[in-house]
Design a protein around this ligand. Structure first.
Ligand code: BGC
Length: 453
């Protein structure tokens, strides 16, 4: 490796790319204002851009709930099957098993996916010695896609996200489809609740910290939930004198492309995704997409002969090959010759040879995409605080997902952006708490609440 410095042309090309990813304070404020407006539309009527879905989870948990329940978690990288025992006093035990969902299952017929899930539950019950019981097992089903719920255990899939695209599911009740697979396979399980992962995360964290106000997922996908007074929800025809958790489905924010600062690299990724022009906010924030946006920016500089001497590789040319996890590794690479970055580029992605300047440029692009994601990811929280008039009060946000947990400085960058929008004093009252793997526990708590009713 030569230790060449960046040339003037390289510096200029890089600055242009990095600048295109910067989001000014003024722009953040515009996004938050627009977000509040979109939340109001979603609470007012069906069919708004942000769906603002009542989850049928009302009331707060106290931590004293007890009992044994099963939970499923579909929608992240793996399928998780869990057996949760709530012990009261905010304590619980959990046994869980992860199963890989193949690309074929993610994009094949829905019936195959449901049968696969039922088989996983069956083998979990057999391995854990719970299958012989005569009693029907109550299950909380975390299904992390936009589901328009009609009751605590009924809901119609609005659309797929995150690379799933099974046929025969959109417009159908996804609980009935899975319950049918259990029935056909004689598995004695009842789906007591269908739960979005953000709602599960909120409930799980609230089991120990009842003051929790929001549940957020920043992982493969991106979304949030919060408590709303149902008197504020015009489209809700049920009891108004209660509060309920709202699954915002905020990844769909601004699919009209009014305020989000989309770059050519975002547009290219979006155009080549399987849900074009949908989930644009999610696509700028979530782990599934950041690597691909970065790859597009890198290839632009290659094509301008400013990176890797104008050479790419078969691997780097393949869509989705630049994983978001590589960005985390590159961002923490503090070696003098950026050898970890060099390893990813040369050994994993087979780029022929890289100079120090090349590595520095790639690192700067990763940083720009990562910082932008974190800054944008704070906007929906600021908007919920405004909408619920909590600015200046203590506000606890339970956050799960690999991006929040592992991406370098993600939390700090979110906090900085929030401080720019709300002021440092208001920001200092906000806690972003890591709520690892909460949705299984949350689904069990919600199944328990549903069974009690
Ligand atoms: C889905 C949400 C989910 C989020 C996080 C999004 O793609 O639409 O329902 O909560 O991913 O998993």
């Amino acid at each position: 490796m030569s230790t060449t410095k960046m040339t003037e042309a390289q510096t200029a090309g890089l600055n242009k790319v990095v600048d295109s990813f910067s989001v000014s304070t003024d722009r953040l404020k515009v996004i938050v204002d627009q977000f509040v407006e979109e939340m109001e539309k979603g609470l007012d009527h069906q069919g708004a851009t942000i769906a603002m879905i009542p989850s049928f989870v009302s009331g707060r948990c106290t931590g004293d709930e007890k009992g044994s329940f099963m939970a499923l978690d579909l929608g992240g990288t793996n399928l998780r099957v869990c057996h949760v025992t709530l012990l009261g006093g905010g304590e619980h035990t959990i046994r869980q098993q992860k199963y890989v969902v193949s690309e074929e299952l993610k994009t094949g017929p829905m019936r195959h996916l449901c049968d696969f899930i039922a088989d996983c539950v069956d083998s979990f019950l057999t391995e854990n010695g719970t299958s012989s019981s005569q009693e029907t097992i109550q299950l909380g089903y975390t299904f992390s896609f936009p589901v328009l719920q009609t009751s605590i255990n009924r809901g119609v899939l609005k659309q797929w996200t995150k690379g799933f695209n099974c046929s025969g599911a959109v417009g159908k009740d996804v609980t009935i489809l899975l319950q049918d697979s259990f029935r056909r396979k004689n598995i004695n399980v009842n789906i007591a609740a269908i739960v979005n992962d953000t709602v599960g995360t909120l409930m799980a964290y609230a089991y120990k910290h009842p003051e929790t106000a929001m549940g957020v997922i920043m992982g493969t996908g991106f979304n949030a939930s919060y408590y709303e007074q149902m008197g504020n929800v015009n489209k809700w025809t049920g009891e108004k004198e209660q509060e309920m958790v709202i699954n915002m489905e905020c990844g769909a924010f601004d699919c009209e492309r009014r305020v989000l600062p989309l770059t050519v690299y975002d547009n290219k990724m979006d155009r080549e995704s399987i849900n074009v022009h949908q989930q644009l906010y999610e696509k700028m924030v979530a782990g599934m997409y950041l690597g691909e946006i970065t790859r597009n920016a890198i290839l632009d500089l290659v094509d301008q002969q400013l990176l890797f001497n104008g050479h790419s590789s078969k691997e780097l040319n393949a869509m989705w090959s630049f994983e978001t996890a590589y960005m985390s590794t590159i961002e923490v690479d503090n070696t003098s010759d950026l050898c970890d970055t060099g390893h990813i580029l040369e050994s994993v992605l087979n780029v022929p040879a890289t100079t120090l300047a090349d590595r520095q440029m790639v690192k700067a692009i990763c940083n720009a995409v990562g910082v932008r994601a974190a800054r944008l990811a704070s906007c929906h929280i600021a908007a919920v605080m405004r909408k619920t008039k909590k600015v200046g009060e203590q506000f606890t946000v339970a956050i799960d997902g690999s991006l929040f947990e592992f991406y370098p400085n993600f939390e700090e960058n979110m906090a900085a952006a929030m401080s720019e929008v709300l002021g440092e004093q208001a920001r200092s009252k906000v806690c972003f708490d890591l709520a690892r793997d909460g949705s299984g526990l949350g689904a069990a708590i919600i199944a328990m609440m549903a069974a009690k009713h």
